[in-house]
Design a protein around this ligand. Structure first.
Ligand SMILES: Nc1ncnc2c1ncn2[C@@H]1O[C@H](COP(=O)(O)OP(=O)(O)OP(=O)(O)O)[C@@H](O)[C@H]1O
Ligand SMILES: [Mg+2]
Length: 253
């Protein structure tokens, strides 16, 4: 089986600045992989390049064996690649269910069209409820987003990303902005997602990374420093050095 993601020499330049420099990595189907690295290492930029949010400058990306390098972000979503964002993007005045429902309708190309039938509406609502159950927010479906704690809001974003029916889900700091006491619960929900869904996540909290990742890719100054299973990464002197701040600064292009 083709890997969920296969990346070769992926490069992303901003003007004269190289944010992602010849990154090659493989994410196996059904695996849970983490990308770690200091602030400014290029993690989010790499996600932009993977998803096509920003066109890459060089290199290739395959999604489940399909060359996606020249595909738009929407086409990559269509091929099964979804993402969540480091900063959340919800309609806080709407209910949890309405937020997920909008994502489903958008997927089906019906966002701006009046629903054709009550039956179709019912199907979409049931699907939204099922997605909320998957992230543990069934009981909160009818609550307004702005009435919920931030940790729950972050789970809504995952449900929204799942509405595109992804094979691969990229989570950019899914627990960012959430008190440490709630971040573990978020990761437990993520870990409980269906096993056939491939997960690639960015996270700064090493306890969470070592607990939930099967493989870790360490990004420093836009480049892959090393990758491997948690035990190897935690024992790696070079990785420790990065987190003590002696490395990790970018070179100009
Ligand atoms: N649109 C842009 N234009 C120019 N430079 C950018 C742009 N976006 C990001 N950068 C730069 O690219 C580098 C990598 O940024 P990026 O956001 O990818 O880092 P990160 O690893 O996600 O950091 P963090 O852990 O803080 O989220 C940073 O130096 C940043 O200033
Ligand atoms: Mg980032």
């Amino acid at each position: 089986m083709s890997p969920a993601l296969e990346v070769h020499d992926l490069t992303l330049r901003f003007a004269n600045f190289v944010a992602v420099n010849k990154v090659s990595m493989t994410v196996e189907t059904g695996s849970r992989q983490a990308i770690i690295g200091p602030n400014g290492a290029g993690k989010t930029s790499l996600v932009h390049a993977l998803t096509g949010a920003i066109p890459s400058s060089a290199g290739t990306v395959s999604i489940c064996g399909i060359d996606a390098t020249r595909l738009s972000q929407a086409a990559r979503v269509h091929h099964g690649l979804a993402r969540t964002f480091q900063i959340n993007q919800l309609f806080t005045g709407l209910t949890v269910l309405e937020n997920v429902l909008m994502a489903i309708l958008e997927r089906d190309g019906r966002a701006s069209i009046f629903w054709r039938s009550v039956a179709a509406e019912r199907v979409a609502i049931d699907e939204a409820k099922a997605l909320l159950e998957l992230v543990g927010l069934g009981p909160q479906a009818g609550a307004r987003v702005n009435a919920l704690p931030y940790g729950m809001r972050r789970l809504i974003e995952i449900a929204i990303a799942l509405a595109t029916r992804p094979k691969v889900l990229i989570l950019d700091e899914p627990a960012a902005g959430v008190p440490t006491t709630q971040s573990e619960a978020i990761f437990e929900r993520i870990a409980a997602l269906p096993r056939d869904l491939t997960l690639l996540f960015i996270e700064h909290d090493m306890n969470l990374v070592f607990r939930f990742a099967e493989k870790i890719t360490v990004l420093v100054a836009g480049e892959v420093l090393t990758e491997g299973p948690p035990a190897a990464i935690s024992a790696d002197e070079r990785v420790r050095e990065v987190y003590l701040g002696r490395r990790g600064h970018h070179a100009a292009a």
